[in-house]
Design a protein around this ligand. Structure first.
Ligand code: NAP
Length: 489
């Protein structure tokens, strides 16, 4: 697209912020600034470095569509390779000059047709268009366990892994059994002197292979056509659709099939009947985000590993005291206890037009029209924003679809067809009412578990429809839902 004099600011330099930077440059913006609170790019893949960190989306599908990577070493990529991939993308697309590190946005306000921002160091900047690419799961959730601060050993959250602490030969307790806790147990079972997994609610485990790509395979993938063929789009896309259908309808064929695979995995992988029962979830498969693991059941049966389902009474100087009175002596406690999923770009003061304030708009929880735009916050767009699709599929793909939608607003703004675009309040309310009703039909709501998908009212805060509906919604804005203001010259 031709150059124009508009400026855009992106908050966040993770996967979605990098995408936005590339696309804004392509769209001819005279100036693009990407502000990042940390000292390097990467988002999730920068923050999480725990042993065993692996993406459960097939490697070749976990890339931008315009920048495939023939060099992945494994079917499911280790976190460090993903971080390296994003660093490569930043270099290749010349984004370094757009990046501003150690700059946390503290306020944003729409004044006289422009977004005015302030950062933690007092620096200010302004732009015509503002993009929030701040990620979903970035604020660690620390458990409310008595005595947490009294532990004399090493204790850290999974997203703040302390690599100065050696795990070899140590007695380790891992609290939490989402994908993170499961991956850590699998990685450390053979290394630790003892590893205990503290589990309140066992989860269903989907078996998955995670082999290496051979040198010959990687060489062949240098040919884009060979790689395209190997990616088996038809199978992958129908799998994503089937998965989202299984969320929407827990009686669907796909839900039954996935449930059966998980049940068989438990039956066939765990030989001790007593351990098997302690590992058996009491909720419907897919109620939590499904855990894919090639080796958790093997790891928890390792002679050095133990499953602890007795509740935690408190943490003491030397370890964890369970409710049966036993003290489990430990050197390291890992808190794989998840994240606060409702933070998004907060904490920051966010003010739109006509006195609109994000704190008021989100008083009852984060919401947005189709997860992307906010009424009275003109020319502001979110990638992976509230109530968008989050599940066992690529969030890069989700962000790219959102970008193709956002690009259509940006097009109107840069061509001067409109100066301010935002959805009407009624459009967002209608969307939210429909979304909440649909969310109450999903397995997240009906499946009998209390996952991080549920908001403070117990309503799933996620996209409650199929992937194909999301793609269709993102294909073009419904313009009558938007207020397009043209200021007089
Ligand atoms: P999570 O799924 O939210 O799991 C947190 C775990 O901590 C749960 O097992 C929870 O138990 C437990 N917990 C929380 N507070 C506790 C307390 N006070 N006492 C005992 N246990 C407590 O967090 P996560 O594993 O970090 O994963 C976050 C999201 O990222 C998940 O959706 C996960 O699937 C995803 N993820 C994806 C990948 C990938 O490969 N793409 C990798 C890692 C994570 P209860 O269930 O009993 O509350």
């Amino acid at each position: 697209m031709a150059q124009h004099d508009k400026k855009a600011i992106v908050i966040g330099a993770g996967m979605a912020g990098i995408l936005a930077g590339i696309k804004l440059k392509e769209a001819g913006f005279a100036e693009v600034a990407i502000y990042e609170k940390a000292d390097r790019i990467g988002g999730t893949w920068r923050e999480n470095t725990y042993p065993g960190l692996t993406c459960d989306v097939p490697s070749h599908h976990y890339t931008y569509t315009f920048e495939r990577n023939p060099d992945w070493t494994r079917h499911l990529s280790p976190g460090a390779e993903i971080q390296a991939y994003f660093e490569h993308v930043v270099k290749k697309y010349d984004l370094e000059e757009l990046l501003h590190f150690n700059q946390q946005a503290t306020s944003a306000e729409f004044i006289d047709g422009r977004w005015q921002l302030t950062f933690s160091d007092g620096h200010t900047d302004s732009a015509d268009i503002l993009i929030a690419a701040t990620g979903v799961l970035h604020k660690p959730r620390f458990p409310d366990i008595e005595g947490l601060g009294s532990f004399q050993g090493d204790c850290f959250h999974s997203a703040r892994w302390d690599h100065s602490v050696s795990v070899e030969g140590k007695r380790i307790g891992v609290i939490g059994n989402g994908s993170t806790g499961v991956q850590i147990i699998s990685a450390l079972a053979g290394t630790a002197a003892k590893i205990e997994h503290y589990v309140r609610h066992p989860q269903w485990i989907m078996p998955v292979e995670n082999g290496h790509f051979s040198a010959a395979e990687r060489a062949s993938f240098q040919d884009p056509e060979v790689l395209h063929e190997a990616m088996q789009f038809e199978i992958y896309n129908s799998g994503v659709e089937r998965y989202t259908m299984a969320i929407v309808d827990m009686e669907s064929e796909g839900a039954r099939e996935m449930g059966d695979i998980c049940r068989n995995n438990l039956e066939q992988s765990v030989s001790d009947p007593e351990l098997r029962e302690r590992l058996r979830p009491d909720h419907a498969p897919l109620c939590y985000r499904l855990i894919f693991s090639p080796d958790y059941y093997q790891a928890i049966q390792h002679p050095n590993a133990a499953l602890v389902t007795e509740g935690i009474e408190r943490i003491e100087a030397n370890g964890i005291r369970t409710r049966d009175g036993e003290l489990h002596e430990l050197d390291i406690i890992v808190l794989a206890t998840g994240f606060h999923p409702d933070t998004f770009m907060r904490p920051m003061s966010f003010k739109g037009r006509n006195g609109a304030n994000l704190d008021t708009l989100w008083a009852d929880g984060p919401r947005a029209h189709l997860a992307v735009t906010l009424p009275e916050f003109p020319n502001f767009f979110m990638l992976n924003g509230p109530n968008g699709p989050v599940g066992n599929f690529s969030l890069i793909d989700i962000a790219e679809h959102q970008w193709s939608y956002i690009a259509q607003f940006i097009d109107k703004l840069v061509t001067g067809e409109a100066d301010e675009i935002s959805p009407s309040i009624s459009a967002m309310q209608r969307f939210e009412t429909e979304r909440e009703a649909a969310a109450k039909e999903t397995v997240w709501f009906k499946g009998g578990c209390n996952s991080w998908y549920l908001d403070h009212r117990g309503i799933p805060a996620s996209w409650p429809w199929t992937y194909s509906r999301f793609v269709q919604e993102m294909s073009a804005p419904v313009w009558q839902d938007f207020e397009c203001v043209k200021r007089s010259a």
